[in-house]
Design a protein. Structure first.
Length: 639
């Protein structure tokens, strides 16, 4: 057990309430899961008797000394709407318009967050979205160092209307709509997603301990929970050590931002690719930003707060060579505490290292949000006169502060899914992985543990559908490794080894130039089909169509597909097959399809250890079922 992890425990406090209240996802207009008991929790007058009633069923419990109480609704058939009432010694509260039906959790990063209005043909979907039997909950994007019991402020259930569906998750809504049309029962859809988030942020501290390899991050989280400044200082030292090691001893954070290589930044803060600078056209990677200002001796004795506005994506910030902090987010404005002693009389310098890996990048401001507020209340505007210096090579890796949001560890789980624990679900959909493609070889145990966490929290028999990553990025012009394929294979293996987990294959639904492909209708269709297979409502392969063995027979490798009805598109033979030797050297391999059998010709001068299909960031794959579902990308050890 990691030292200190026991301190990261659920935190909830109850104030004096004028009337009893529910805590958790059972709110006005909620959907609760049919045919299973549904735990309820809430607050009331400490020590008072609490009477809960819904649909003619009464439950009696008692609030503890802090005012917390728990009970459960008995298993009910689909129906409603009902009113749930809670009575204690202070009065009665009522939660109206509650339905009993099915509840689905939708989680992941930007392709799950991707709204209906950006999907293909959104007008028709939005215009037809008036359905009081479908309820939507979007959990606000909030983080916490410790697991919380209360959902973020502003969490509500809303009926599906053109207004509410427009900004809701497209994959979640379209999948749910198709399922609800089949079942005919009320449906609640919970969208807990955050663009850019890595899977580690969606796991608990216990989960990361079980996976292993995260002791340092969990120790840093524990320190941050006890002493934020000490944790930030320790992180800054780690970052500087890493930078010096990879950048030949460079210490730009101690510069004055006016030497060789520094250029004046435009007055208006914006995407650095819009600067009139050939070095920054299409630049992805890192850029230094700097600005100097002058303080009097009296001012220099103060501390304060440095506000820098928005960055895209990640900043690391120093003042006079003292590390202040780092944030990885394009939506969170930066404000860092400046302790007394960090400032000096005369010239002071702010240095910021900014890293961007996709789309617009840089110091976004706005300029009027950038200032230093001293403890005396004096404010120094700092939104103009910045300089920048381009870093030509972006070294991979580098430490990430574990308390961050999208690049953090446990932080999103603690605030956005931990409060849902105990709320029974009919199923869950996971669409994530893009932020883990630089370390895809570690993804399988993380995804397996996430699903185990959900089954612990939402039901031991919870069906989960994983949306496999589509094609994006470079089209492979030679056989070899791919981080995107590593994640796809991890997703396939998790589904293959778990009869309650399915895989929605979407390799054909991607766009190699757009990480957010708009064809969410096809994704939703595949998700719905996989749910139907998991539920036994239709035949098929919940984990994708792929062979289970690859056997070497003299100069060829033979594989037996699990079904007939395969077809080749755009050629007279399957393409995108690779054979790799034990060292990892790979070559393209000719293939042929005969009924259910695929034969691979072994490339000359290569002793095959592994055969791969559809391997690469954005590969061209032409094997499909007779229902136009692609054969899943796969990797098999050769017998």
């Amino acid at each position: 057990m990691l030292l200190g992890c026991a301190a990261i425990v659920p935190a909830i406090q109850f104030s004096a309430f004028a009337e009893p209240a529910l805590t958790g996802p059972v709110l006005r207009s909620a959907v609760v899961q049919r045919e299973v008991p549904v735990p309820l929790r809430g607050s009331a007058v400490p020590g008072s008797r609490v009477l809960v009633e819904m649909a003619g069923v009464e439950m009696v419990t008692q609030a503890d000394k802090q005012g917390a109480w728990r009970t459960e609704l008995p298993a009910m058939q689909a129906g409603g709407p009902y009113t749930l009432s809670i009575q204690d010694s202070s009065g009665t509260s009522r939660y109206d318009d509650i339905l009993v039906g099915d509840v689905i959790l939708c989680s992941g990063q930007s392709n799950m967050e991707f709204p209906v209005y950006r999907a293909l043909n959104p007008d028709r979907v939005i215009a037809s979205a008036d359905n009081p039997e479908i309820r939507l909950m979007t959990i606000p994007q909030v983080t916490s160092i410790r697991p919380l019991e209360a959902l973020p402020e502003g969490t509500v259930w809303e009926g599906a209307t053109p207004e509410t569906v427009r900004d809701f998750s497209a994959v979640c809504y379209l999948s749910g709509k198709a399922l609800q049309e089949d079942s005919g029962v009320p449906l609640g859809l919970i969208d807990a997603s955050w663009g850019g988030s890595q899977i580690e942020a969606w796991l608990s501290a216990d989960d990361l301990e079980r996976v292993g390899g995260f002791s340092a991050q969990l120790e840093q989280l524990f320190l941050f929970a006890q002493d934020k400044h000490a944790a930030m200082v320790a992180y800054g030292e780690e970052w500087e050590h890493w930078w010096r090691a990879f950048y030949d001893g460079d210490t730009t954070w101690a510069d004055d931002a006016d030497g060789t290589g520094w250029k004046p930044a435009p007055a208006e803060m914006a995407d650095w690719q819009t600067y009139d600078d050939p070095e920054l056209k299409d630049h992805l990677g890192r850029v230094w930003f700097g600005r100097s200002f002058t303080l009097s001796a009296v001012q220099a004795r103060e501390g304060g707060a440095l506000s820098l506005g928005l960055f895209d994506d990640t900043d690391a910030t120093w003042i006079n060579g003292h590390f202040l902090g780092s944030t990885s987010s394009w939506t969170d404005a930066r404000t860092y505490a400046v302790p007394a002693g960090f400032l000096k009389a005369g010239k002071n310098t702010i240095i910021v290292n900014v890293r961007n890996t996709y789309g617009p990048g840089g110091m976004m401001g706005p300029a009027d949000a950038v200032s230093l507020k001293l403890t005396s209340g004096n404010i120094l505007p700092l939104g103009r006169d910045w300089s920048y210096k381009v870093i030509s090579e972006d070294k991979p890796g580098g430490p990430q502060p574990p308390w961050e949001s999208v690049s953090g560890y446990t932080t999103i789980h603690n605030a956005m899914t931990a409060p849902l624990a105990g709320y029974p679900l009919r199923g869950a959909i996971w669409y994530q992985g893009e932020s883990n493609t630089d370390r895809g070889e570690r993804y399988e145990p993380l995804l397996g543990q996430l699903i185990a966490r959900w089954r612990q929290d939402f039901g031991a028999e919870l069906p989960v559908v994983v949306v496999q990553l589509p094609g994006y990025g470079a089209m492979p012009d030679e056989a070899g490794p791919s981080g995107w394929s590593d994640v796809r294979e991890a997703e396939r293996i998790v589904a293959l080894n778990d009869p309650l987990t399915g895989l929605a294959v979407t390799i054909d639904a991607g766009d190699r130039t757009d990480i957010h492909p708009p064809n969410k209708q096809l994704v939703a269709e595949r998700v719905k089909d996989v749910f139907d297979v998991l539920d036994g409502q239709q035949g098929g392969f919940a984990d994708g169509i792929a062979p289970s063995r690859a056997t070497r027979i003299q100069g060829s490798i033979e594989m037996e597909m699990p079904s007939e009805g395969l077809k080749v598109i755009g050629s007279d033979r399957p393409v995108a097959f690779q054979a790799c030797d034990i060292s990892g050297r790979c070559e393209w391999a000719d293939a042929s399809l005969n009924g259910r059998s695929i034969r691979i010709e072994v490339p000359a001068d290569l002793e095959p250890a592994v055969v791969r299909y559809c391997w690469g960031d954005a590969p061209f794959c032409n094997l499909f079922s007779d229902t136009n579902v692609p054969v899943v990308p796969f990797s098999l050890v050769v017998d």
